[in-house]
Design a protein around this ligand. Structure first.
Ligand code: F6R
Length: 631
């Protein structure tokens, strides 16, 4: 989604901004721009381009911009089409103020109407453009008070404007009246300040900073900061000066390296055995007293004892991981559990029940719907005096330094390392593992599962890494061949049951988001209630058939598809019953509980190869963003 980079210091701003923007490309965007205080005349020079960053770079190549203070932006269109006039930065009418913004100004239309009545002419369709005009108005009011033209005055002007803005946002503002200053602020949108060597660089996401420094100052919600080459002043919403120590960033987790892979997505699929190793190393610990394995989550799990039910809030792929998790928590650990789309939960939450654990799942830690739904649940529960209704919270995330990391103290860090491909692969896998850990933990505490079954599950988890390596190696080749036959299909149906139903949903989501082929996942038993009408020989059916409780049922459902001439692809071990499939993507035979962790890999690889064969931008599919920070 939108990305911000801003810099002030002693080094040339242009290369720093472009480098930072390049690191934000993975988040998804459709136009880009920069504004720099031109050191030759102290005026703002602004450049924007539609489409990829290289278009912006081509524009700028003709006239290099001297200056050490600037802002840059990658825009993912919300208000107004992805065209140059809507790209950021946006300026006031005089061109003396430039603003980049992430998020949404919800009351922009009212503000725009008022400004238009005052004679302001707007040049874009964006919500953002009201901000430079409002700042300009504020600066002219302040000038009547004989305030000096400097960064402090800009800070006051921006702060006064913030009280008019509704919504969530991160902002960076330049003013030619204070040519070495930069003002930045955030409300429910991420922004961090990096302390570089000779520059302060501010960004909405850590990779944009990681090349320059590993020392950062995270900004708290509703804070505003003035940055000049001489230092940083941070103020809270009550205008109290804030002092805090810098923290260091784990740079290894932020560095983007495609190695020799054609796309990040393929590299990240290949990372999954290591993801499993990391999880086993971090979280599965042998108790030296009794020799038993335990899940070592970094919080006191005593409160689990009083938990009677679980609600899980997530979006997209994270929701699919949550569905597998919910299945495990109910069926393996015996705790009632429900999963909710965060965007639905916000507006139609279930009635409050006592002794509930709320789990938020978000790899980015920034998904606006998930953060808002969690916030609502925290407030709703905190407002009740009865102890049984108090919020019990866990967040499962890949970014513990994110908004959800600040919101929730019990964090399960999935430790997957940065994921650059927009389509989630290794983070999905790591989220699944986190739920296996929770299910084991609950099963041990609640005693709803036999210790033999728990040990069996733990053993299978321990044995995963070599199985995964082998699986990826085999299916990378076979799915490339299969993709050759299927890259031109129009529709695909994915079927799964029980613990593998969410894997069918995830398989379908992966295919549609990167290949733009229509795909839908169904519980296999539901097909005959409608979707079967879609089937003919042009619609392949991918059926996940893992030996266990529902294996025979899935095979019967696959038979029904075959009877309608559908080409059948099976994701299953080579066992009796699977001869029905026209093509078998073999997975190792396993305990049914563990099967999602194996079944997802061939599906990821097949989607990857189909999209790659179609010549598409696999890592940055159209219209998608890595981190969805708007509602
Ligand atoms: C799909 C995908 C998205 C995200 C969703 C939630 O591959 O990546 O569906 O899963 O936008 O994102 P997070 O997990 O960051 O909350």
């Amino acid at each position: 989604m939108c990305g911000i980079v801003a810099v002030t210091g002693y080094k040339k701003a242009l290369p720093l901004l472009l480098n930072g923007l390049e690191k934000l490309e993975y988040r998804g965007y459709d136009s880009a721009g920069i504004a720099i205080i031109n050191s030759e005349n102290n005026c703002i020079s602004c450049e924007k381009a539609e489409g990829k960053l290289k278009n912006l770079i081509n524009n700028i190549n003709d006239h290099n911009i001297p200056g050490t203070v600037g802002i840059g932006h990658t825009r993912w269109a919300t208000h107004g089409k992805p065209v140059v006039k809507n790209a950021h930065p946006h300026t006031d009418s005089s061109g003396n103020i430039a603003v980049v913004q992430n998020g949404i100004i919800e009351n922009f239309q009212d503000l725009k109407n008022k400004l238009e009545e005052e004679g302001i002419i707007f040049n874009s369709d964006t919500d953002t453009e009201v901000i430079p005009h409002l700042i300009q108005r504020e600066l002219s009011t302040l000038s009547k008070l004989n305030l000096e033209n400097n960064g402090s005055t800009l800070l006051v002007a921006v702060r006064n404007v913030l009280s008019d803005l509704e919504g969530s946002y991160a902002l960076a503002v330049l003013w030619s009246g204070a040519p070495t200053s930069l003002v930045v602020t955030r409300r429910q949108a991420p922004l961090i300040i990096g302390l570089g060597e000779g520059e302060f660089i501010c960004a909405s996401d850590t990779p944009a900073i990681a090349n320059f420094t590993n020392i950062i100052l995270p900004m708290e919600d509703e804070e505003i900061a003035l940055l000049t080459p001489l230092g940083i002043e941070i103020y809270d919403s009550s205008n109290e000066r804030q002092y805090r120590n810098p923290v260091s960033l784990k740079v290894s987790e932020q560095i983007m390296d495609k190695m020799n892979f054609k796309h990040y997505m393929l590299k990240e699929i290949y990372d999954q055995p290591q993801t499993a190793k990391n999880w086993l190393e971090n979280y599965l610990i042998k108790n030296s007293d009794n020799g038993q394995y335990q899940i070592n989550y970094p919080f006191d799990t005593k409160f689990f004892e009083s938990i009677e039910r679980i609600e899980i809030i997530a979006c997209g792929t994270s929701k699919h991981a949550a569905m597998v998790g919910s299945f495990l928590l109910e069926q393996f650990s015996g705790i009632p559990s429900n999963v909710f789309f965060a965007s639905e939960f916000r507006y139609s939450p279930p009635p409050l029940l006592p002794n509930t654990l709320t789990i938020g799942v978000t790899q980015s830690g920034e998904t606006a719907d998930t953060i808002a739904a969690m916030d609502m649940e925290i407030k709703r529960r905190s407002s009740i005096e009865n102890e049984k209704f108090k919020p019990n919270l866990i967040a499962i995330t890949n970014r513990k330094d994110s908004s959800i990391g600040r919101q929730v103290s019990n964090i399960i860090d999935i430790c997957a390392g940065i994921e650059v491909g927009v389509a989630a692969t290794k983070t999905f896998f790591a989220q699944l593992l986190s739920f296996y850990g929770l299910a084991i933990k609950f099963a041990q505490i609640k005693g709803n599962q036999s210790s033999e079954e728990i040990d069996k599950l733990i053993n299978e988890l321990k044995n995963l890494p070599p199985l995964l390596e082998d699986l990826i190696e085999k299916h990378n080749k076979s799915s490339e061949k299969l993709a050759h036959d299927f890259f031109n299909i129009k529709d695909v149906i994915f079927l799964g049951r029980g613990i593998n139903y969410p894997i069918a949903l995830e398989g379908a989501l992966k295919l549609k988001e990167i290949s733009y082929i229509h795909a839908a996942g169904y519980p296999a038993g539901e097909m005959k209630h409608g979707p079967i009408a879609l089937l003919d020989k042009k619609v392949p059916v991918i059926s996940i058939a893992s030996p266990g409780e529902v294996f025979d049922k899935v095979i019967s459902n696959a038979q029904e598809a075959k009877a309608r001439d559908a080409y059948l692809i099976g994701i299953a071990p080579d066992c009796k019953g699977t001869e029905i499939f026209d093509y078998l993507m073999k997975v190792p035979s396993s305990n049914e509980w563990i099967s999602p962790l194996l079944n997802i890999l061939p599906l990821q690889l097949l989607s990857y190869h189909i999209a790659s064969h179609r010549g598409l931008d696999v890592d940055q599919p159209r219209n998608l963003a890595k981190s969805v920070t708007v509602e």
